[in-house]
Design a binder for this molecule. Sequence first.
Ligand code: ACO
Length: 330
Amino acid sequence: MIKKAKIIGTGSYLPERVLTNQDLEKLVDTSDEWIFTRTGMKERRIARSDEYTSHLGAAAAKKALTRAHLTPEQIDLIIVATITPDFVFPSTACLIQQQLGAKNAAGMDIQAACTGFLYALSVAKAFVESGVYQNILVIAAEKLSSITNYRDRSTCILFGDGAGACVVSSEGKGLVIESVRLGADGEQAELLILPAGGSRQPASQETVAQDLHYIKMAGNEVFKHAVRRMEAACKECLEAAGSSEEKITYLIPHQANLRIIDAIAKRFEHLPEERIFKTVQQYGNTSASSVAIALDELSQKYAVQPEDQILLTAFGGGFTWGAALLKGDA
Ligand code: ACO
């Protein structure tokens, strides 16, 4: 019999320092009013200069392990979703394995931009259901401030740092990962990109002078694709699981922009506003971490019942997109 893959513990970590819209007004030609009305954001968190993605991820992972009642030694695999790894290699998963003392765990990173947490969850689900591994730590961690150009007002207002984590296991009680749908479209790669630092444009004095080590985004275009793809992924995911929007207890969308979240909400007429979980106002867009952080915050506020269904969805660079349906453990 196929074992069910369940989320048996979650955790998150947000750096202490708060960067408000008023702080951004001092850096670029913008205003609290513009940022709030166009994005719904009020503030975001920024990591210290000596605090790296692996530190954020390890802090979130420790909380997830505690809530799952597991020790680091009981973890078989660590998967880290990030676009801001500590290094190109070794992987951030290996660095977190060392920081946690998870000496029996294998480790790898997954890069699917803002959809990374959902891609990582789907890999964990496959490993657990196939019986290859029992306990997997899925971590989404980002230090986006390290690739954000604080002279570019069209992007610097959006991004924040933070990490979310969960333990996926075949044992214990939790949220069953019922179905996951993933998608990608490399035709649109240039619309959301960090141009330099890879093999195509290795770091050089020219790439640094041209600000090519920062996120570049065609915001308007990305916006339209994000709404369309997340809506479709959610509907496909619900259909694959034999569910429907009326049965959803909470929808957790990627926290990229409140207007994107509202546009998706409009396409789900049976899902009341209060069932759409939001953190965008206080944390901004934390890329792969956004859904993972929101899932942890929801888990701390709300005791999941057996009949509950939680739908996650995300969209990001690549383009990549996806949705996952979690169900209370009957
Ligand atoms: N403050 C004031 N004015 C600004 C700012 C700012 N911070 N930024 C842009 N503007 C100006 C522009 O220059 C433009 O002025 P113009 O009309 O004189 O040319 C005007 O505001 C409108 O700009 P738009 O880009 O059309 O504004 P829009 O309403 O589209 O909002 C935003 C921009 C917030 C970036 C939006 O497009 C968005 O959220 N896009 C999607 C982001 C997203 O989903 N990303 C996906 C994941 S991210 C990842 O994978 C890492």
